[in-house]
Design a protein around this ligand. Structure first.
Ligand code: NAP
Length: 418
C-alpha cells in the first residue's frame, strides 16, 4: 500500500468549508483509527493521502503493521488513542464493549462510528450502533459518518464512486470537524441531523434499490396484463375458433407485441402525474398546499418509470430485429412465394404496404432515439451539466414529439398487422 498512495493528494493543504483550498498548520492533524481490518486500511490510506497524520490502534500491531501505508503509525490501542482528538472506530458493534478499557483515555474525544449492521442486527437492535457506542462512552462525542462509503470506494478515491458522506451527531462542532475532514478527503459531507438519525443512516446500505420497487412491480403488472390480452387475441382465439396452432408465437411475437404497449403506458404514467398536479393546483387556486400522498409518491417515481419505459422500448427494438431471423418467418416467405407461383403472379409489390412499413419503422426509430435522449438526460451526471432551461427544453421537445408520434406509431403498428 506504500508508494503512490503515500503521497498526499492535497499536499499540506486542506479544503475550506467554502470549497477553496487553505493552508493547513505545519503539524498535520492527527487522526486515530481503532481496528486494522479492510475498512481501517482503506481509511488510513485515504487519510495519509489527504495529508493527515494517522495512528492505528490494533490488538496485534506487529502482525498488521505491514498492511498499512508506511506513513501510518501502527501501534497498540492504548497508545493510538492517547494523542488524536478524532478517533475512527473501525470495529464491529459486537466488539465495542472490548474497547471499554480505553474509556478514560477516550474521554472528551470525538469517536467516529463507521459501522454497518447486518439486516438481522438492524431488526434485532432498536438502538443504532452509533447510539450504542455513545451509551458505552458517555464522556465522548459520537459522530456517525463514512458508513455509506465502502472500503473499496475509500481506497479508489472519491473520483470513482459515491462522493456523499452522511454525517449525524448531537454536537454541531464535532459534526463540523468531521465534515471538514470528509471534504479534505475529497468527499461531500451531508448533514443528517442529530444522532437519532443514525438508525436511518445505518439502514441506507441495507436497502436494495428502494425507489425502484413500485415502478418495477408496476411494469411487471402491466407486462402480465398486456401479455395475457395479446396471448388470448393472437394465440388462444385462433386456436379455439379456427383450430390453428399458433402457440409458437408465445416466446417472441407475443412478447414483442406486448413490449411497446408497456413502454407506452409507462411513458404516459411519467407525464400524467404532472398534469394531475397542475389541475389540482388550478382547482385549489394555490400551489402552497401539499399534494395527496399517492400523487406525491407518483411524482417522485417518474424518473424510474421513464427509465423502465426506455428499457421496454429497447427490448422491443431488439426483438423486432430478431423477428426476420425466425424459422417460422422463413417458412411464411417460402409459402408466400409458392402461393405466388401457383397463382401465376410474377410481382408482389404492394406500394401502400411498403410505405406503411417504411413509415412505421422510421417513426419507431425516431421515438426510440428521443426516448434514449430523455433517458440519458435524466441521469444525474448528465442532468447536473444542464441548466434548468436546457433540461426543460429537452423535455418540451420530447413531449411535443411524443404527442405527435405516439398516435401515428400506434396507428401504423396496427395497420402493419392488418
Ligand atoms: P474487519 O476486516 O473484520 O476488521 C475488523 C477489525 O476489528 C479487526 O481487524 C480487528 O483489528 C478489530 N477489532 C477490535 N476489537 C476486536 C475484537 N474484540 N474482536 C475482533 N476484532 C476486533 O472488518 P471491516 O470490514 O474493516 O469493518 C470494520 C467496520 O467498518 C465495521 O463496523 C463495518 O461495518 C464498517 N464498514 C466496513 C465497510 C467495508 O467496506 N469493509 C464499509 C463501511 C463500513 P485488530 O485485530 O487489529 O484489533
Amino acid at each position: 500500500m506504500s508508494g503512490e498512495m503515500d503521497k498526499p493528494l492535497i499536499s499540506r493543504r486542506l479544503v475550506d468549508s467554502d470549497g477553496s483550498l487553505a493552508e493547513v498548520p505545519k503539524e498535520a492533524p492527527k487522526v486515530g483509527i481503532l481496528g486494522s481490518g479492510d475498512f481501517a486500511r482503506s481509511l488510513a490510506t485515504r487519510l495519509v493521502g489527504s495529508g493527515f497524520s494517522v495512528v492505528v490502534g490494533s490488538r496485534n500491531p506487529k502482525r498488521t503493521a505491514g498492511l498499512f501505508p508506511s506513513l501510518a503509525q501502527v501501534t497498540f490501542q492504548e497508545e493510538a488513542v492517547s494523542s488524536p482528538e478524532v478517533i475512527f472506530v473501525a470495529v464491529f458493534r459486537e466488539h465495542y464493549s472490548s474497547l471499554c478499557s480505553l474509556a478514560d483515555q477516550l474521554a472528551g474525544k470525538i469517536l467516529v462510528d463507521v459501522s454497518n449492521p447486518t439486516e438481522k442486527e438492524h431488526l434485532q437492535h432498536r438502538q443504532s450502533n452509533a447510539e450504542y457506542l455513545a451509551s458505552l462512552f458517555p464522556a465522548c462525542t459520537v459522530v456517525k459518518a463514512f458508513n455509506v462509503i465502502s472500503a473499496w470506494a475509500l481506497q479508489a478515491g472519491p473520483r470513482d464512486g459515491n462522493r456523499q458522506v452522511l454525517i449525524c451527531s448531537d454536537q454541531p462542532e464535532a459534526k463540523r470537524t468531521i465534515s471538514e475532514m470528509a471534504r479534505a478527503m475529497g468527499f461531500t459531507p451531508l448533514d443528517m441531523g442529530s444522532l437519532a438519525s443514525a438508525r436511518e443512516v445505518e439502514a441506507i446500505p441495507l436497502r436494495l434499490l428502494p425507489s425502484w420497487k413500485v415502478p418495477t412491480l408496476l411494469a411487471l403488472g402491466l407486462f402480465v396484463c398486456f401479455y395475457t390480452y395479446n396471448f388470448i387475441r393472437d394465440v388462444l382465439q385462433p386456436y379455439i375458433r379456427k383450430d390453428e396452432n399458433k402457440f409458437y408465437k408465445m416466446p417472441l411475437s407475443v412478447v414483442n407485441t406486448t413490449l411497446p404497449c408497456v413502454a407506452y403506458v409507462l411513458l404516459s404514467l411519467v407525464y400524467l402525474p404532472g398534469v394531475l398536479a397542475a389541475a389540482l393546483q388550478l382547482r385549489r387556486g394555490t400551489k402552497y398546499q401539499r399534494f395527496p400522498d399517492w400523487l406525491d409518491h407518483w411524482l417522485q417515481h417518474r424518473k424510474q418509470i421513464g427509465l423502465l419505459s426506455f428499457f421496454f422500448a429497447m427490448l422491443h427494438a431488439l426483438y423486432s430485429f430478431c423477428l426476420p431471423l425466425r424459422r417460422s418467418h422463413r417458412y411464411d416467405l417460402v409459402n408466400l412465394a409458392v402461393k405466388q407461383v401457383l397463382a401465376n403472379k410474377s410481382r408482389l409489390w404492394a406500394e401502400e404496404e411498403v410505405w406503411r412499413m417504411e413509415i412505421y419503422l422510421s417513426l419507431g426509430v425516431l421515438a426510440l432515439g428521443m426516448l434514449s435522449l430523455l433517458a440519458v438526460t435524466s441521469l444525474p451526471s448528465i442532468a447536473n451539466s444542464l441548466n434548468w432551461k436546457e433540461f426543460s427544453f429537452v423535455q418540451q421537445v420530447f413531449y411535443l414529439l411524443r404527442i405527435l408520434s405516439s398516435p401515428l406509431y400506434s396507428f401504423y403498428t396496427n395497420l402493419s398487422k392488418l
